[in-house]
Design a protein around this ligand. Structure first.
Ligand code: NAI
Ligand code: MG
Length: 342
């Protein structure tokens, strides 16, 4: 029996996860789900962010479905670092997978690109780089203040994420991997990435390779996103590039992601790229598609690729039938997708 832990979290997280679960139940009835109360409400009630006991319980599940965390009433970083990043680090979710597709019916901001032409996936390193928390400060609040934030890159960490990108590319029709970094300036980390990329590429002779600096890639993601198939990059670059990718494919309401531990030593986590959206929370107008597509990624990871494909098809149908500018009603979107599946 598949067991999924649900952390709906804050704001629209709870609204969109409800629709994701509706769809999960329609496509694969009988999956056991257990809800965990984490986020702003628990923090205010008990002061707890992510107790070890909850962490241990989550570790026993096959996967985690997360909505979003973060609330204006909680100091910035408390939940984002204490819960979200801690989950990704503790469960060693080193592949942050973010697919980008321009779905038929979706209006993107790029005038000359037709639906179907953008279809790539970003494999972002998830446990190292500038997000590892290495750094410190001295003389805080004085004119002599110093702050450092160091980017940690290990051969082990870089190699495993690059190998994951190549493995994913072999299962895709175009079989191409683009590494994005800034090797001309960040020569220490960049050198490690470039050498590792070359070594791993040699194991995959039928995968085409390409390298781009992150500034050039930012430009090409806007001017020529069709050129990409699989992009592999470090934690910070991947965070930024995937927001550009979401923007050119119809917005943050459609962008899904997986924080994946391919070794399966710990559960992987699936979540929309967006946050808790306090500006629209409680209004019932958040687009649940990103959460629903995250469920599809989860199904694929758990060995149900047909169910994942059916969810994607149902989402494609939903998006193709949206009238331009139509107001979204969160639960109606979930209902339509679920009905299409049952
Ligand atoms: P956000 O993604 O929550 O919202 C940005 C904008 O996009 C807002 O105008 C929002 O209304 C809109 N938006 C987001 N998702 C949408 C959806 N499904 N349908 C329609 N519109 C949508 O990012 P923001 O405002 O920077 O952060 C809000 C809070 O969320 C903060 O506390 C932040 O730290 C947290 N956050 C959490 C994330 C997570 O849990 N993975 C990721 C990003 C932010
Ligand atoms: Mg981000």
């Amino acid at each position: 029996m598949t067991r999924i832990a649900v952390v709906a979290g804050d704001g629209i997280g709870t609204e969109v996860v409800a629709e994701g679960l509706k769809v999960l139940d329609a496509v694969l009835p009988g999956v056991e789900t257990e809800h965990y109360d984490l986020g702003a409400a628990r923090y205010h009630r008990t002061g707890e962010v992510f107790p070890d006991s909850v962490r241990d319980e989550l570790a026993g599940h096959d996967a985690i479905l997360l909505g979003a965390v973060g609330d204006p009433t909680v100091p910035p970083g408390v939940l984002e670092r204490g819960l979200l990043l801690k989950l990704r680090f503790d469960f060693d979710q080193f592949v942050n997978l973010r697919p980008s597709k321009l779905w038929p019916g979706t209006v993107g901001p790029l005038a000359n690109i037709k639906p179907g032409e953008i279809d790539f996936v970003v494999v972002r390193e998830g446990t190292e780089g500038l997000y590892a928390g290495a750094g410190g400060g001295l003389h805080r609040g004085t004119p002599a203040e110093i702050a450092t934030e160091e980017s940690l890159n290990t051969r082990h960490g870089v190699e495993r994420v690059i190998r994951d990108a190549f493995t994913r590319a072999t299962a895709r029709p175009r079989r191409k991997v683009t590494m994005v970094h800034k090797t001309n300036v960040l020569t220490h980390a960049g050198g490690l990435w470039a050498r590792t990329f070359a070594d791993v590429a040699a194991e995959f002779p039928d995968v085409e390779t390409e390298y781009q600096h992150v500034d050039a890639a930012s430009m090409f993601l806007v001017t020529n996103p069709q050129r990409y198939d699989v992009i592999v990059t470090d934690n910070l670059f991947g965070d930024i590039l995937t927001d550009i990718a979401a923007a050119v494919t119809g917005g943050i309401g459609l962008a899904a992601s997986g924080c994946i531990n391919p070794t399966r030593a710990y559960p992987s986590m699936f979540e929309p790229v967006h946050g808790s959206a306090p500006d629209i929370a409680g209004k019932g107008i958040a687009d649940p598609v990103a959460a629903i597509l995250s469920v599809a990624l989860c199904l694929d990871h758990l060995g149900h690729p047909e169910a994942a494909a059916r969810v994607e098809e149902a989402v494609a149908h939903e998006l193709a039938n949206r009238a331009p500018g139509q107001q979204i009603v969160t639960h109606e979107v979930g209902d339509r997708v679920a009905v299409a599946l049952s």
